[in-house]
Ligand binder design. Structure first.
Ligand code: MTE
Length: 306
């Protein structure tokens, strides 16, 4: 049975960490679970200073309410339609302005990574939000390993193209591959991680298995899933939503309660899982990560250059 589907069904009632951690051993066997085991072995025990102490959303929320257009545009499409996706074996091509370009296998990337849990707020441009306990490592570590050349100013990312496994790619909903990008200083910020797991397990297919970007101060669409290519460039790369509608989706797309989307307010957000009567939460500048990232934008008018 497909792993993505099984997670949604079997784990829905095991939100408390102690329960699913003890269950984890029962689940070892599937390939991706072996990766999770490796991740577990290397994870540092101390909670990250970058983690929020807000309670994380349930695994059920995080794995059944998704945006992953490669599997369809409905919120339940990724969990329903990603069962045939094969996140192993996997390699990421790293090219462009780097000293050591090449194809890096996921095992190799993980063997050299300092994995840790990062509990981050996650704010979608559609004005919903969650708190997600990612497992990942700082993107800067991988970039330093491959040697960024001085002329590099931006980092571009691409998602895998496999229409036979990703039914959404059989339609022209977006221009595939899904593409995203960051300025180099944003990519090197310690908050920017490549996640390979969540809730201490390998990343489910619907969340971007086996490796995805997480940039917590930006709208969720910047956090590109199932990455197969990372390119260092001297120019700003084209990005999927910006190409589709530049007025609605800027390249930077920092969470900003003062800059409304042309079709809705960004001043507040709905925390997924809060129930029908839950009050909306005020959206915070940079999604609450201003202490870490505001200095990246000194002198930049974020109301115009969004
Ligand atoms: N990455 C790819 N390849 N395709 C997508 O459709 N959706 C983005 C982002 N990364 C998307 C993607 C959007 S709009 C959001 S809000 C987040 O993934 C959702 O991540 P989640 O489903 O893990 O919450």
């Amino acid at each position: 049975m497909a792993i993505g589907r099984r997670i949604g069904l079997d784990w829905s009632d095991v939100t408390p960490k102690s329960v699913w951690m003890s269950r984890r051993s029962l689940l070892v066997g599937a390939g991706s679970m072996m990766l999770a085991g490796a991740a577990q072995a290397k994870m540092s025990g101390a909670p990250s200073a970058f983690s929020t102490d807000e309670p994380p959303n349930s695994l059920e929320d995080i794995t059944t309410y998704n945006n992953f257009y490669e599997f369809g545009s409905g919120k339940e499409d990724p969990s329903n339609n990603s069962g045939n996706f094969k996140p192993q074996p996997w390699a990421v091509q790293i090219d462009g302005l780097v000293d050591k370009p090449g194809s890096y296998g996921l095992e190799d990337i993980l063997a050299n990574a300092a994995l840790e849990e990062r509990i981050y707020r996650f704010r979608c441009v559609e004005a919903w939000s969650m708190v997600v306990p990612w497992v990942g490592f700082e993107l800067s570590a991988l970039l330093n390993r491959v040697g960024v050349q001085p002329s590099a100013k931006f980092v571009a990312f691409e998602t895998v193209v496999r229409p036979e496994e990703m039914p959404g790619q059989q339609q022209g909903i977006l221009d595939w591959p899904y593409r995203e990008g960051l300025r180099l200083d944003e990519a090197m910020n310690p908050l920017t991680i490549l996640a390979t797991g969540l809730y201490d397990e390998a990343l489910p297919n619907q969340n971007g298995a086996p490796i995805r970007l997480v940039v917590p101060w930006k709208y969720g669409f910047k956090s590109i899933k199932s990455i197969v290519r990372i390119s260092l460039m001297d120019k700003m790369p084209p990005t999927t939503w910006n190409m589709l509608n530049a007025r609605e989706y800027g390249f930077y797309s920092n969470v900003n309660p003062k800059v409304d989307h042309p079709r809705w307010s960004q001043a507040s957000e709905r925390r997924v899982g809060g129930g029908f009567f839950a009050k909306r939460v005020d959206t915070q500048m940079f999604n609450g990560y201003g202490d870490e990232v505001a200095s990246l934008y000194t002198g930049q008018d974020l109301t115009k250059d969004y």
